[in-house]
Design a protein around this ligand. Structure first.
Ligand SMILES: [Zn+2]
Length: 321
């Protein structure tokens, strides 16, 4: 432990030979140094990828492997609609070779400002360095597309598609193609890994879905968790927000309670970053259970973290039985 700490800090140049028995001859040391240098140059050729959310970060990391260095902007426990264009975001974007955003207006409130601050022409819209996942997907239709639009607008459809593994899997191939455009020598490796990742996700989604009893109902806070309806045998029964982006009102909650009270039981769901009060009120009124769901895998998460998250989402229904 002590030797490792010293080595990391670069304070004890004797640590390396001592650590492996003190029997290293200069020639071996030179070879080790050369190896370290060549490893460093591989790293230097890696693509600097910035993603807005950690699900997109997971995909980039899994597909790009050692050829990418991934930085996620939005903390997984923060609402990606409402972030600030922080200087740290601009600094990350300034150095990036590739920006991966979800699109569908999700990042509209802060990403354009962060990009302006970053002044990195590689990431300009339409350039290979700007990947918009929603360009490659049919988003779930949003209530806001039919108006009236008073809260925030999902004008291109519901952008919260990370809750649907099928759509996440569908982003893998176009993202691999884009990485391959930027690093042509690795194109086939990216494509192979994308196929593996999307197959794993789809297979897991099927397994998780078949374990649930069909026909369970749920209420969501926002137009986001309703994506679960796309792959689990569950049914959205209402939203706590009267319109996306408009906080629940007493009147809306009461009419929601009236419409649900006599029907089959269900579960009230909201994201960890959405207020619990309206959900608690409704759940108490109609005798349903309530759950706060994580919406994204950890910021540095991999495929396994995303697969686990899918199970957490499904478990909300088992708990509601
Ligand atoms: Zn939204």
């Amino acid at each position: 432990m002590i030797l490792t700490a010293n080595f990391v800090k670069g304070e004890n140049t004797m640590s390396l030979p001592m650590a492996i028995g003190g029997r290293l001859v200069p020639a071996v040391l030179t070879a080790l140094l050369l190896f370290a240098l060549s490893a460093a140059s591989v790293q230097a050729g890696a693509l600097n990828v910035v993603t807005t959310t950690s699900t997109m970060g997971m995909l980039a990391r899994e597909i790009g492997a050692e050829r990418v260095e991934v930085r996620v902007l939005a903390a997984p426990d923060r609402d990606p609609h409402y972030l600030d264009a922080r200087p740290a975001f601009m600094a990350a974007l300034r150095r990036a070779d590739l920006l991966v955003e979800k699109g569908g207006d999700l990042e509209e409130g802060w990403l354009p400002a962060a990009l302006t601050g970053a002044a990195n022409p590689r990431l300009n819209s339409g350039r290979p360095g700007h990947f918009r996942a929603s360009d490659f997907l049919h988003l779930r239709r949003s209530i806001t597309m039919d108006g009236p639009n008073l809260g925030h607008v999902h004008g291109e459809g519901n952008p919260h598609f990370q809750l649907d593994p099928q759509r996440v899997a569908a982003v893998a191939a176009p993202l691999a193609a884009r990485l391959g455009e930027l690093l042509p020598a690795d194109r086939e490796a990216f494509e192979d890994r994308a196929r593996m990742v999307s197959a794993r996700i789809l297979e897991h989604a099927e397994t998780v879905a078949t374990r649930l009893d069909p026909g369970q109902r749920f209420v969501a806070y926002h137009e986001d968790i309703d994506y679960l309806e796309e792959w689990l045998p569950v049914e959205i029964a209402g939203y706590l927000e009267p319109l996306p982006g408009i906080p629940p009102t007493a009147r809306h909650l009461r009419s929601l309670a009236d419409s649900l009270r006599d029907g089959p039981e269900g579960v009230v769901l909201h994201a960890v970053y959405q207020p619990a009060r309206g959900a608690e009120f409704l759940a108490a009124e109609i005798g349903w259970s309530r759950q706060a769901l994580p919406m994204e895998p950890p910021a540095n998460g991999g495929l396994e973290d995303y697969l686990e998250l899918m199970q957490v989402w499904a478990a909300a229904f088992q708990a509601g039985e």
